[in-house]
Ligand binder design. Sequence first.
Ligand SMILES: Nc1ncnc2c1ncn2[C@@H]1O[C@H](COP(=O)(O)OP(=O)(O)OP(=O)(O)O)[C@@H](O)[C@H]1O
Ligand SMILES: [Mg+2]
Length: 259
Amino acid sequence: MPEPLVRMEKICKSFGPVRALQNVDLVLNPSEVLGIVGDNGAGKSTLMKVLTGVYQPDSGRIYFQGRPVHFNSPHDSRALGIEMVYQDLALAGNLNVAANIYLGREPTKKRLGGLVKLLDHKSMADGAARLLERLKIEIHSPTLLVETLSGGQRQAVAVARSVGFEAKVVIMDEPTAALAVKEVAKVLDLIRGLKEHDVAVILISHRMPDIFEVCDRIMVLRQGVKVGDVLRERTCMDEIVALITGAQEEALQYCLEVV
Ligand SMILES: Nc1ncnc2c1ncn2[C@@H]1O[C@H](COP(=O)(O)OP(=O)(O)OP(=O)(O)O)[C@@H](O)[C@H]1O
Ligand SMILES: [Mg+2]
């Protein structure tokens, strides 16, 4: 087995009396698509916020490519190539696609003997066009304003922005929740494309068909506890739903009671 890209060990995180994560382990292998599922409030987003340094865990350890790491902020995790795709919210609708992709890392060119720094729009547009092509994202032109794009296209721009710059892990929290069927298919294609480019993906979704379509492995959280971690080819939707709801344990409990 290759070394896991990411290993989280015994992560605990509480918010006051709420134990959002209790001794949660997570392994993400290179080029793997890992699905994380669970009911509302199960701890999925919190676990990803711990992985990206938004929250610090109360206890537990994180390893990246075998080395222990400590993330004080998303800046630290991003420096290692861990990117969270923030959805529409983080895109600037009044800027064009290229400007959004380069937001915060815009190339500049010097004029007047270095006295003036100008944004290099041409190299941003060219770089963005190459990136969109590499990821097979169908957007007419990198100079289109983001506010004129569909929900799926915006999602794609958000992904392009995060993977464009050496991402090794891309985390997507409910990327398809608000999308039309056709657009969902494109986002799923994009996830498969990332895998082909050796980017590992963590996908959080309540949509079981999406999870089963693209994930190699599925991890289930219930009330802050990991209750399942199974290869997709060895499971089925009924089993995952039973793990999510706890139906399996209830059934077992019932059997024990009637015996
Ligand atoms: N910043 C916070 N302050 C207080 N409680 C929080 C905070 N963030 C999360 N929680 C609590 O931690 C638990 C886990 O929340 P989390 O957002 O991780 O769930 P989730 O699995 O992502 O759910 P959903 O599917 O609804 O997005 C919940 O009980 C939630 O109320
Ligand atoms: Mg969530």
